[in-house]
Design a binder for this molecule. Structure first.
Ligand code: ADP
Length: 464
């Protein structure tokens, strides 16, 4: 695998190499266009200066040599060539003393020789540093009636001054510090990514407690914060899933045990008829409970998947509510509960089948948790674009501390445990209301009753 760290380091070194190349090219262009000509002119000037000095003064041979050596010490390599081709050198020796053809004209035609120009074959300014007689400037001069050629070039070794060493040290230090800095930065950037990868592996193994301690004030810091948030969320989901499974198993287990127990008792041949009837009706009740639990679980699961295929159509909401009331009329009479309603005729667009579950749940709860002789009021009205449905009962009421869990799956109030139920009804109601982009609120006072207020927005709401 190509690690990010390796890629980053290679990319940095590559950029460094490219920058050196570009820097070198720019320096060369500058040298070729500006510096080279200036250097040649400068050197020719120096050579002419020397010639002007020695030509007019009748130096002895010894004094002449001393003068030339003194000039050489100032930082020049000098070659003195006479007509016969004899050469005399001052200063640092040349690596190559071959006398160039073109330089001959200094002696024959009194011309000037600029050797740097002939170094076109050398790459860029490297030619400037070539220590050869070829790479000099030459001027003619006359001494004691004889023609000479004076060829000089700056001694590049002597050109390296203290400042140059300091500058080179400076550049090398910058280079080193940059490389070390880049490597350090690459490590800093990749370390949290390695930590994050490790953490994802733990999550894949369902370990949601992996401590990811990355405190940074940048995008990686944000990523790690989101990661920790996701970890907490996954942990909660995992707990919810486990408790859901345990609740479901428990809720299936107890009616099944009851059915099994009473079915065993029924096998006894001398069982009195009255007991037989009682046991059969318990089995019947428990089977119904199981069936309703399965139905509700199936509905919840399909709603949970988030892609529930809503079968929206326009229907008369008031008629639907009346039909639900009709369905439970016998139970209301049995429990001696008085039900009244005020339903404004309303056309509503939504999933009628799902909403039927909502009214069914709210009405059965209002009956189940009511008191004998109590009452229920159902109202339907339209306020602006919202349809408001309320179910108000004079039942047991809900304790304030129970309200936050009311819509949780399998939540059942203490008093409710004596009654039939699964604890899934209100969570289904809430999901369906949310699917219709609505809200549900509860006002309740213990001992006085409860009021469930549903707001279902719909732009297509019409009064009929
Ligand atoms: P279930 O009725 O099957 O227990 P629900 O999800 O419908 O489950 O209701 C959850 C709990 O909320 C009930 O167990 C009960 O304690 C409480 N509850 C719901 N509706 C009412 C109501 N109208 N009056 C009093 N308590 C209620």
């Amino acid at each position: 695998m190509k690690t990010l760290y390796r890629q980053f380091t290679i990319a940095t070194l590559f950029i460094l190499a490219i920058s050196i190349l570009i820097g070198f090219t720019i320096a060369n262009i500058f040298y070729i266009t500006v510096t080279k000509e200036e250097t040649i002119e400068q050197n020719v000037g120096v050579a002419q200066e020397i010639v002007a000095t020695v030509q007019n003064v009748p130096y002895s041979e010894e004094s002449f040599d001393r003068y030339m050596q003194a000039v050489a010490k100032l930082g020049y390599q000098i070659a003195l060539v006479d007509n016969a081709g004899d050469m005399k050198f001052y200063g640092e020796p040349f690596d190559d003393t071959a006398f160039p053809e073109e330089a001959q004209r200094v002696l024959t035609e009194n011309g000037t020789y600029t050797g740097l120009d002939s170094f076109k074959d050398q790459i860029f300014m490297i030619g400037h540093f070539t220590n050869e007689l070829h790479n000099t400037v030459g001027v003619p001069f006359e001494r004691d009636g004889e023609n000479y050629g004076l060829f000089i070039r700056p001694d590049t070794k002597l050109l390296g001054t203290d400042i140059h060493s300091v500058l080179i040290g400076f550049v090398v230090a910058i280079g080193l510090v940059s490389i070390i800095g880049m490597i350090w930065l690459a490590r800093q950037l990749t370390r949290p990514i390695v930590q994050l990868t490790e953490a994802t592996k733990h999550i894949a193994r369902e370990n949601y407690n992996y401590p990811l301690d990355i405190k940074r004030n940048d995008e990686i810091g944000q990523l790690s914060e989101s990661f920790n948030l996701m970890q907490t969320q996954l942990q909660q989901n995992d707990l919810a899933r486990k408790s859901f499974i345990s609740n479901v198993s428990h809720d299936f287990q107890s009616p099944l045990m009851n059915i099994q127990g009473y079915a065993d008792l029924l096998k006894s041949p001398d069982l009195p008829d009255a007991d037989r009837l009682a046991y059969t009706s318990i089995i019947d009740q428990e089977a119904k409970r199981l069936s309703s639990l399965t139905r509700q679980l199936l509905l919840l699961t399909s709603l949970d998947q988030g892609a529930y295929p809503m079968k929206s159509k326009e229907f008369k909401l008031d008629e639907q509510l009346k039909a639900v009331v009709r369905k439970y009329r016998w139970r209301l009479e049995e429990e001696d509960i008085n039900l009244s309603y005020s339903l404004a005729p309303t056309l509503f667009r939504g999933d009628a089948e799902l909403l039927d579950n909502v009214w069914d749940n709210l009405l059965t709860n209002a009956i189940k948790y009511n008191k004998p002789g109590g009452s229920i009021e159902i109202a339907l009205k339209t306020i602006g674009p919202d349809v408001i449905v309320t179910f108000k009962d004079t039942g047991t009421g809900i304790a304030a501390e129970a309200l936050p869990q009311l819509f949780d799956r399998f939540y059942r109030g203490d008093a409710a445990r004596k009654k039939d139920g699964t604890g899934l009804g209100l969570s289904i109601v809430e999901q369906i209301v949310q699917l219709h982009h609505g809200t549900i609120k509860v006002n309740s006072k213990i001992g006085e009753g409860s009021e469930f207020i549903l707001t279902l927005p719909h732009s297509d709401v019409k009064q009929t």
